[in-house]
Design a binder for this molecule. Structure first.
Ligand SMILES: NC(=O)c1ccc[n+]([C@@H]2O[C@H](COP(=O)([O-])OP(=O)(O)OC[C@H]3O[C@@H](n4cnc5c(N)ncnc54)[C@H](O)[C@@H]3O)[C@@H](O)[C@H]2O)c1
Length: 281
């Protein structure tokens, strides 16, 4: 007896769909990043640096990108010293010419790009009524426009490798964080951008997902915590942290970044992982 499902599966369209969209992306799960070129922004510090270390430790060649020249060189050097493959590139992701040159240099140097991890970002706390438009714009330029420009420059190369984009959003894009009108808006935009790219390019082989962390112990959070707005009610701060009020190490988020940047995430697209210890559950 011929079943409906057999007819569907043996149709030329379905055979083409299965072979081009999924089977071609299967990889060796034991050496996830072997022969993979992964560009990571924000790699001089915090989550970006931890993600570069994690992916390099799994065999990937990491292109560490940041605007902090000395720190990004030190981050890449430390990976190389411990036996990994890394190079540093200095780039301000709000500068489109620099973004385009960084992607072009990566592909020229390594011949391809397998994954782009947009981790660079900026945060500041302000009472909403006191937000200066120049500060709002600065946050949007880094978190949203910078992420977009990196994606735009990288996508043609990622389509050639059937690659992966991992964008750094935040629980601020999902829940509610006080005093972060600009930051929350920018991270909501990153999440919407992620879904847009996921649908627009998936049939051509790209996967695009996001991570939404809550409080992670990094220089960004330490600096912001020291600049809480005047009269801030500390009860509202618990929405930013974790269930037990602690901050997670950056390496806890790096594991999720690595997962979404390789074939383990073949069938995950346009989605996000909350790394928040259950805060928003
Ligand atoms: N730490 C947290 O609790 C937390 C929570 C949710 C989301 N995030 C997000 O994680 C990402 C990493 O943050 P982090 O906590 O590791 O902070 P971090 O300050 O340790 O690292 C951010 C990095 O981004 C770089 N950067 C900033 N602007 C840049 C630009 N214009 N061009 C190039 N590089 C630039 C900085 O130089 C820095 O190295 C950010 O997108 C942040 O919004 C962090």
């Amino acid at each position: 007896m011929v079943h409906y499902i057999d007819i569907v599966l043996s149709s030329p369209w379905m055979i083409h769909y299965i072979s081009t969209a999924r089977i071609s992306k299967k990889g060796n799960y034991m050496t996830r990043f072997y022969d993979k070129i992964v560009l990571i922004t924000g790699a001089a510090s915090g989550i970006g640096k931890a993600s570069a270390e994690r992916i390099a430790s799994e065999g990937g060649t990491v292109v560490c990108v940041d605007r902090q020249e000395q720190s990004v060189r030190e981050a890449a050097d430390a990976i190389v010293q411990s036996g990994g493959k890394a190079t540093a590139m200095v780039c301000d992701i709000t500068d489109q010419a620099a973004v385009n040159a960084t992607i072009a240099n990566t592909v020229e140097q390594y011949g391809k790009l397998n994954a782009l991890c947009n981790i660079a970002g900026a945060l500041r706390f302000d009472n909403t009524l006191e937000v200066k438009m120049e500060d709002f714009e600065k946050i949007m330029r880094i978190n949203c426009f910078g992420t977009f420009m990196m994606c735009q420059a990288a996508i043609p190369h990622l389509l050639e490798t059937k690659g992966f984009i991992v964008n750094m959003a935040s629980t601020a894009a999902l829940g509610a964080h006080a005093w972060t009108a600009a930051y929350s808006s920018s991270k909501g935009a990153v999440l919407a951008l992620t879904k847009c790219l996921a649908v627009e390019y998936h049939l051509e082989g790209l996967n695009c997902n996001a991570i939404c962390p809550a409080g992670v112990e990094t220089p960004m959070v330490t600096a912001a915590a020291e600049q809480l707005p005047e009269g801030a009610d500390m009860r509202l701060l618990t929405k930013v942290m974790s269930l037990d009020g602690s901050f997670a190490p950056a390496s806890d988020v790096a594991g999720a970044v690595a997962f979404l940047a390789c074939e383990d995430a073949n069938f995950i697209n346009g989605d996000y992982i909350r790394t928040d210890g259950g805060l928003l559950t």
